[in-house]
Ligand binder design. Structure first.
Ligand code: C2E
Ligand code: MG
Ligand code: MG
Length: 785
């Protein structure tokens, strides 16, 4: 059995088809039943409708996988019981003794199953709102009073028949009242009224109507009446069957709560008559027994109590909603900490309240370092977990008097009163408490925070006389100082000073100028040779971006690349660099400036690697310039490798699959770990120039380079030494087994024309042979890849 299509616009009709066909057949059966008073037609028509209804209630919910299954099984059993009871009744009323109760023996359990089934549907709605319960009880009491006093008591007090028959006649109206209670609860907790809900309610209402009709004739002692009295039951079978076949049957077991304290006119229409019942009934019970009058009195009093509870519940519900609303407006839902709104109010309050002269208001703006990486590589859920953990940690570690607020994705603000020394101590505490290892997804992670501090006492003791400090200004300055902390190397705090505004302006200005430079094609690329360390022959070049700022002259990529990264400008800039450097490569290959196995190294930033579009752009560029993929080397940073599951991992794999080589730049300065190198499809490393600089002088640097060579040869990675400036360095590198080098020794980064002039068909011999290191300077060992 396959699951029917979800109800959608086009499919809605086709998935409702079984229910519609069933209803159509049922209507024919009902018409036949009503029109022909011969047992030959009416009997089978009723049976067909009843069996059809029971089958539909058995199969429909199963087909649609409606929950809870047990509730629907109860309703199916109830249908079978009712059908058995209805078919047996004409025969049973003719019998004497126990056989006379055959029909009731099926119908009474039928009611119990039906009530259980409905209760099961209601249960899935969880705790009912108190106003729905109270309203349900009011309607229940109204209906109960009517049915007990008008129907059950008269039927039960008929004495010229067996007491059990009278008792049963009195029982049905009471079942109906419970049924009404459940129906009302269903109605009060169903926000969206879909076909199955309407059909079910209509079916149950018909059951109640049928029962009431029987109860009315039962008051005078009759047990059967016109055949048409059974028509509501027949229709009831039809409607419950259609309800079960319709796809919206799944919604019946799902909570779709009404909004709080709904006072809809439908609700008043039900409650109004129920409330009027006690007064109307006084007319009927005036001549009756004390017990009857007592029942009415108790019922009326209960209603008054319920109405009072309803009023109290409404007021309480309103107040609670108000509190919830206020809390939500002033707190962050993830961490429960105050949000920016409440924080600003708190800072304002602290600024205006009186405080001792040596006490200032201090604002600490905290931003997690590398949080984006966690979010991008482990997913938002892990990101949320991390934020929640950091929030809990801050709250626990900082004094209760300090306000801790979350003001953005990975941004927190702490506010505290105190001296400058206390502020510094608190900043240290914040840095330390974030730095403790955390567990996310079973992995231990270490995260750092950059903190900017601003306060009313930036110069020691100089509070008071300065221009009045506003909350906004404090927050802005702390934010600025935080950026400075990031720029200074992250994981630290920085106290705000006025010169920072200047630096921020500078950054913004550089960003704008860079944007213009890109659009006006003012960027240039310089190429620096990569050579065979021993022979000095050209084997590759690194493309390095150059920018001459109109006012400031040449700006180092080390300055503007991070700004381009932060602002997202690195995307278009990176594509531009790829296009121009591969175009140059194609030209040099074509005119014979470079050998066929010459490679072009291009730097790509972490942010570029997080963009799956990079692959397409690269494919296009390779195609456009007809450059083979193996002639391209991408230089990535070590930080890229710390996210094993991210888009980055996939992008690297895709690049490698195309034959593009990947080397880790500035190796040894970042997160380097053997495991990461093994996990990623990298083909080589570039030893950072900091280690190369020390060669021949620092034994430690030699050891590091030796270790990198050993590890790389084990992993079959190529090693390029960068920043090689002296023949001594070259010699030591050769002894250590490094095969390739790059640096001033062989040439500065230069424009393409100059590069071609220097290198076109240059013979593969070094101008200066490598210096032989002094004896004992290096302990030799050889070979890599
Ligand atoms: P990098 O990739 O490590 O590039 C090598 C840097 O070392 C270059 O600095 C180069 O000029 C410099 N250098 C070359 N030979 C020597 C030497 O003998 N001694 C010393 N001390 N330095 C030498 P540059 O051009 O200022 O670039 C700085 C950084 O900017 C690069 O470091 C790279 O990370 C980044 N960068 C440059 N161009 C791009 C680009 O197109 N895209 C991206 N994402 N980053 C780039
Ligand atoms: Mg590089
Ligand atoms: Mg480098």
């Amino acid at each position: 059995m396959t699951r029917p299509a979800a109800p959608g616009t086009g499919r809605a009709l086709s998935s409702s088809l079984p229910a519609l066909v069933f209803l159509a057949f049922g209507v024919v059966a009902a018409a036949l039943y009503a029109a022909f008073d011969t047992p030959l037609i009416a009997g089978p028509a009723f049976t067909v409708a009843g069996v059809g209804g029971a089958l539909a209630v058995t199969l429909g919910p199963r087909w649609h996988r409606a929950q809870p299954r047990w509730a629907w099984r109860m309703l199916a059993v109830a249908c079978v019981c009712f059908l058995t009871g209805a078919l047996a009744r004409p025969w049973a009323v003719e019998q004497d003794g126990p056989y006379a109760l055959t029909a009731d023996a099926a119908t009474v359990p039928g009611y119990l199953f039906m009530l259980l089934g409905l209760a099961g549907l209601l249960r899935t709605r969880g705790r009912l709102p108190s106003h729905a319960v109270i309203d349900g009880l009011i309607v229940f009491i109204g209906a109960a009073l009517c049915s007990v006093l008008l129907l059950a008591v008269p039927a039960g007090s008929i004495t010229d028949r067996p007491p059990l028959v009278s008792a049963l006649a009195a029982l049905y109206p009471i079942f109906d009242v419970i049924l009404i209670l459940l129906l009302v609860s269903l109605a009060f907790t169903t926000a969206v009224r879909r076909p199955s809900y309407l059909l079910l309610v209509a079916s149950m209402s018909l059951l109640v109507v049928g029962d009431v009709l029987y109860a009315i004739i039962g008051v005078s002692g009759q047990l059967t009446g016109s055949r048409l009295l059974d028509l509501p039951f027949l229709l009831g079978f039809l409607l419950i069957g259609a309800a079960a076949l319709h796809p919206s049957v799944v919604d019946l077991g799902q909570a779709a709560r009404l909004p709080v304290q709904a006072w809809s006119w439908q609700r008043l229409l039900l409650i109004g008559p129920a409330l009027a019942a006690p007064s109307l009934l006084t007319v009927f019970v005036s001549g009756r027994s004390t017990a009857d009058r007592l029942v009415l009195g108790v019922g009326g009093a209960a209603m008054v109590v319920l109405l009072m509870m309803r009023a109290v519940s409404a007021v309480q519900g309103y107040a609670a909603a108000q509190r919830r609303y206020e809390h939500r407006a002033t707190h962050d839902p993830l961490t429960g900490l105050p949000n920016r709104l409440m924080l600003a109010a708190e800072v304002r309050r602290l600024l205006t309240a009186g405080r001792p002269a040596d006490t200032g208001v201090w604002v600490f703006f905290l931003d997690l370092d590398g949080f984006k990486l966690v979010n991008d590589s482990w997913g938002h859920h892990a990101g949320d977990q991390l934020i929640a953990q950091v929030a809990a940690r801050l709250r626990a570690a900082l004094p209760a008097a300090a306000t801790v607020a979350r003001v953005g994705g990975d941004e927190f603000v702490v506010v505290q009163l105190g001296s400058r020394a206390q502020a510094v101590a608190l900043a240290d505490r914040i840095i330390d408490c974030v730095h403790e290892p955390l567990r996310i997804r079973q992995v231990e992670a270490v995260i750092t925070a950059s903190v900017g501090i601003a306060g009313t006492q930036l110069d020691d003791g100089g509070a008071g006389d300065d221009p009045p400090v506003t909350a906004d200004a404090l927050l802005r300055d702390a934010d600025t100082a935080m950026y400075q902390a990031k720029a200074d190397g992250r994981g630290r705090w920085v106290m705000f000073d006025a010169s920072m505004h200047e630096r921020v302006r500078e950054r913004v200005e550089i960003e704008q100028a860079l944007r213009i430079a890109l659009s006006e094609d003012d960027l240039r690329i310089a190429f620096q040779p990569i050579v065979d360390l021993e022979s000095g022959s050209l084997i590759g070049a690194e493309a390095l971006l150059r920018w001459e700022h109109p006012g400031r002259g040449n700006i180092s990529p080390a300055v503007f690349i991070p700004i381009a990264e932060d602002t997202g400008l690195i995307g278009p800039i990176g594509r531009w660099v790829l296009d121009r450097s591969l175009r140059q490569l194609a030209q040099w290959r074509a005119d014979g400036t470079v050998p066929a196995d010459f490679w072009m190294s291009v730097n790509v930033s972490p942010r570029q690697l997080r963009d799956p579009g990079l692959i397409r752009a690269l494919d296009d560029t390779l195609d456009r310039h007809r450059v083979p993929a193996p002639a391209v080397v991408l230089e990535i940073t070590e930080s890229v490798m710390i996210d094993p599951t991210s888009v980055t991992g996939q992008v690297l794999a895709d690049l490698r699959q195309r034959g593009i080589r990947i080397v880790v730049d500035d190796f040894g300065t970042g997160f380097s770990a053997l495991g990461y190198l093994r996990k990623h499809p990298v083909t080589g490393v570039k030893v950072d120039r900091a280690f190369v600089a020390g060669l021949g002088q620092s034994a430690k640097d030699e050891e590091i380079v030796r270790a990198v060579v050993a590890m790389s040869s084990a992993l079959h990675l190529t090693v390029v030494a960068e920043g090689v400036e002296t023949p001594l360095q070259q010699g030591v590198l050769a002894v250590l087994g490094v095969l390739f080098g790059q640096g001033r020794l062989w040439g500065e980064p230069v424009g393409p024309a100059e590069f071609a002039r220097q290198w076109a068909s240059r013979p593969a011999d070094p101008v200066d042979g490598p210096a032989v290191p002094a004896a004992g300077q290096v302990q030799g060992r050889g070979g890599n890849s």
